[in-house]
Write a protein that binds this ligand. Structure first.
Ligand SMILES: [Zn+2]
Length: 330
């Protein structure tokens, strides 16, 4: 209002001599806007809540898409399996959500839940590894960085594993390696298919070489599965890096990837610093890998189950799985 008044004053000073009528209007407007009944005499609505309380009340209702920057209802996002309904951006997804989506009617049996991380090296960095494990269990609500499950997918017997980034970056320690190996061995014994959703920063540093040994162990189990002509579908999600990429994630009979997922061994920043060169646009993203023959298909998460079922219908063909086995000497 002060600004407006100042402007009126300046305006009327310059022009009142030339246009008295205009000057009269300005004076009227000035007095109109400065009338006391328009002033806010009452105090503002009282601040009944602290800043923190207000934040809590609105928290979790909206999520901003980092790609298209549209605001999304949290519930809308949950219904669309954590995929932006405007641009198709794939948010990171938890292990339980993936298993619920994959299995028929969301029905499955969780297996090997008792296999959890120990602390074989008595390791500590900024804090003891044991504390890190406890914290990860609290934050994620999961017993380990991978959840193993058994059930039916499109009527086919499937042994599925889903990794979860919220448990120490989805890293692969001895327990994760053991769970995945057991999953593959169970599929081998019962003639089922293996589906693994990878989401991992790589091998778990806190278990040193014991983590790295898992790469060989899982690969050996997958070789047996391959000899038994049983399929392994590997689904790469954001991010799939390090020792996980260097072992089972890239050993799938079919390798699927979610759109724009970061997939690689070392991260792009590390490579740039090492070779001192700028990497091409989209390097180590699903679409780039598809173009270069490292991935078979980039699949939208909302279509993932349908695609997997179609593949299982083809690969688990009864004629191939039974009588033909002996004929070809497998
Ligand atoms: Zn979006």
């Amino acid at each position: 209002m002060a600004l407006f008044t100042a402007k009126c004053q300046a305006y009327s000073d310059s022009y009142c001599a030339v246009t008295p009528a205009l000057s009269g209007v300005i004076v009227f407007l000035h007095s109109f806007f400065t009338m006391s009944w328009l002033r806010r005499d009452k105090p503002k609505i009282a601040d009944t809540q602290s800043e923190e309380e207000r934040t809590v009340r609105t928290e979790g209702i909206f999520v901003k898409c980092p790609d298209c920057e549209n605001a999304l209802y949290k519930r809308e996002l949950t219904d669309s399996h954590e995929v932006c309904t405007h641009c198709g951006f794939h948010f990171r997804y938890d292990a339980i959500g993936r298993l619920n989506d994959l299995f028929d009617d969301g029905q499955y049996e969780r297996i090997d839940e008792d296999v959890t991380s120990g602390d074989p090296l008595n390791f500590f960095d900024s804090k003891p590894y044991k504390d890190r494990i406890d914290q990860a269990k609290d934050v994620s609500g999961l017993p380990e960085a991978v959840i193993s499950a058994k059930g039916k997918v499109g009527g086919h017997l499937v042994y599925a594993g889903a990794m979860d980034m919220s448990f120490i970056g989805g890293s692969m320690g001895s327990a994760v390696g053991e769970k995945i190996t057991r999953l593959i061995e169970k599929a081998y014994e019962n003639r089922g298919t293996v589906v693994i959703f990878s989401a991992s920063g790589g091998a778990r540093m806190q278990e040193g070489t014991l983590s790295l040994m898992q790469m060989g162990k899982i690969s050996a189990a997958l070789a047996r599965l391959h000899e038994a002509r049983l399929p392994f579908i590997s689904v790469l999600t954001d991010p799939t890096t390090g020792g996980v990429t260097a072992s089972f994630a890239m050993l799938g009979d079919v390798i699927l990837a979610e759109p724009k997922a970061l997939i690689g061994f070392a991260g792009p920043r590390v490579i740039e610093q090492t070779i001192r060169q700028k990497l091409p646009k989209g390097f180590q993203r699903s679409e780039f890998l598809l173009e270069h023959g490292m991935v078979d298909m980039v699949v939208d998460r909302r279509e993932m189950k349908n695609v997997i079922v179609r593949m299982l219908d083809f690969m688990m063909n009864a004629a191939v799985q039974t009588s033909d086995l002996k004929a070809i000497g497998a």
